[in-house]
Design a protein around this ligand. Structure first.
Ligand code: HEC
Ligand code: HEC
Length: 369
């Protein structure tokens, strides 16, 4: 009698505990499951049907177009040799590839690059993958074409410190270039403009291979849901969703390059301080451009440290937290005369909140790029 009552008691108790734990686990499981289901349903559609993106993004994310040029092209072959030739610098010590390294997606792991005589510039060398797709060149957009751009590093005293005339006379004297030149330009004279052209055509071969996001987009566009599912995991998909919506990254980092090709102030101008760099303003003289830099591409971003125009950021979590606060918002110095302009952080940057899990998801998505 006593034993049976005890057994019944234990049964009731364990039944009660089981019900409790089911009740505790289920609502969470259920909502995570249905949220994930919702995400997959939403994104396994062609891109125009994806959930509405942050309001200022003119374009959605896109795969890259095919490369304009290949190494089969004799002009690209010539450009490749020029790109790697340190004799294009004043003291024969620095080539384009010294700062744009193949191992760094044609960028530089140093905060700022070092040129002839180990002279330091003030900006971080951007990676050059897909470089032909930019509408303007440099962090401040001061060159309009790649041909024009090449003159910059060549003559910059802290980069190659050389002149077009000296490069041309070096090429004329150097037998190594004779047959490459012949194949590329036949009997056309060796001129700086042809050198810049060959460097441009070589740089047009720098195309990133398709990443899982490109493959995902191509698969959903062609209706192949199974192939799409193989490209991203649920966490990365969640990151993509945050990137396009709440976190607002897509407002500026959009299109195939993951850049809008425009100039924005994220608040990193260091106005009046040691690292001051007013970016686009130094080119246009327009006070609205103070502290604006061209939105960088985020392709390969997890492998192109250090980040930002000055290479001062090495922690991705720090960058995301900066955006969570609505960008950097340095205070206008009190000593600054009221009529003097002070850089204004972009009003596209508004604060938002991410849970730890969401921040992780966003970083996992950046890994995909
Ligand atoms: C001493 C290091 C150094 C050398 C040498 C160098 N670069 Fe650069 N490169 C940089 C830095 C730093 C920047 C960014 C400068 C800026 O934005 O003001 C840059 C920017 C560029 C850009 C613009 C990329 C973009 O996203 O707009 C191109 C293209 C480029 N370099 C190609 C070349 C070529 C071609 C050569 C050789 C003729 C060369 N570089 C030599 C450091 C270097
Ligand atoms: C208002 C436009 C804008 C928005 C929105 C924006 N960015 Fe940026 N981003 C920029 C600009 C401009 C820079 C370069 C700033 C500089 O160097 O001073 C940059 C730089 C970066 C860099 C450094 C890249 C490199 O190669 O140096 C990363 C990483 C980055 N952004 C990620 C994000 C993420 C993640 C989000 C969303 C949370 C985001 N951005 C939202 C404009 C924007």
């Amino acid at each position: 009698m006593y034993k049976n009552a005890l057994r019944l008691g234990v049964m009731i108790l364990s039944l009660f505990l089981t019900m409790q734990s089911v009740a505790a686990a289920n609502p969470v499981n259920c909502s995570v499951k249905s949220k994930n289901q919702w995400l997959w349903n939403a994104y396994l559609q062609p891109t125009p049907n994806w959930p509405e993106r942050a309001e200022h993004a003119k374009e959605d994310l896109q795969p890259l177009p095919a490369a304009k040029s290949s190494l089969e092209n004799p002009k690209a072959k010539l450009g490749k040799k020029l790109f790697h030739d340190p004799n294009l610098s004043a003291d024969g010590s620095v080539s384009c590839a010294s700062c744009h390294k193949a191992s760094q997606h044609r960028g530089d792991e140093r905060t700022v690059s070092e040129g002839v005589g180990r002279a330091k510039g003030r900006r971080n060398a951007p990676m050059l993958m897909n470089v032909d797709l930019w509408q303007s060149f440099f962090w401040d957009g001061r060159a309009a074409t790649l041909q024009e751009q090449a003159l910059g590093p060549l003559t910059d005293p802290v980069e190659m410190a050389h002149t077009p005339e000296k490069v041309v006379s070096y090429l004329k004297q150097n037998e190594d270039y004779a047959s490459l030149w012949q194949q590329a330009y036949s009997d056309a004279p060796k001129t700086w403009s042809n050198v810049a052209d060959a460097l441009t055509i070589y740089q047009q071969t720098f195309r990133s291979p398709a990443n899982p996001l490109d493959k995902f987009i191509k698969a959903v566009e062609s209706g192949d849901k199974k192939a799409a599912k193989e490209q991203l995991n649920t966490q990365q998909l969640h990151g993509l969703h945050l990137y396009r919506t709440k976190a607002g990254c897509i407002n500026c980092h959009n299109g195939a390059l993951l850049s809008d090709n425009k100039f924005h102030n994220t608040g990193l101008h260091y106005f009046g301080r040691r690292f001051e760099d007013l970016g686009r303003y130094e080119v246009t003289g327009n006070v609205d451009d103070m502290g604006r830099f061209r939105t960088p591409s985020l392709r390969h971003v997890m492998e192109t440290k250090p980040w930002m125009h000055n290479g001062l950021f090495t922690q991705m979590e720090g960058i995301i937290r900066m955006y969570e606060h609505g960008g950097a918002r340095p205070k206008r110095p009190k000593s600054l005369a009221p009529e003097k302009a002070y850089p204004v952080t972009s009003n596209l940057l508004t604060p938002f909140e991410l849970s730890d899990e969401e921040r992780e998801a966003l970083m996992e998505f950046l890994e995909v790029l």
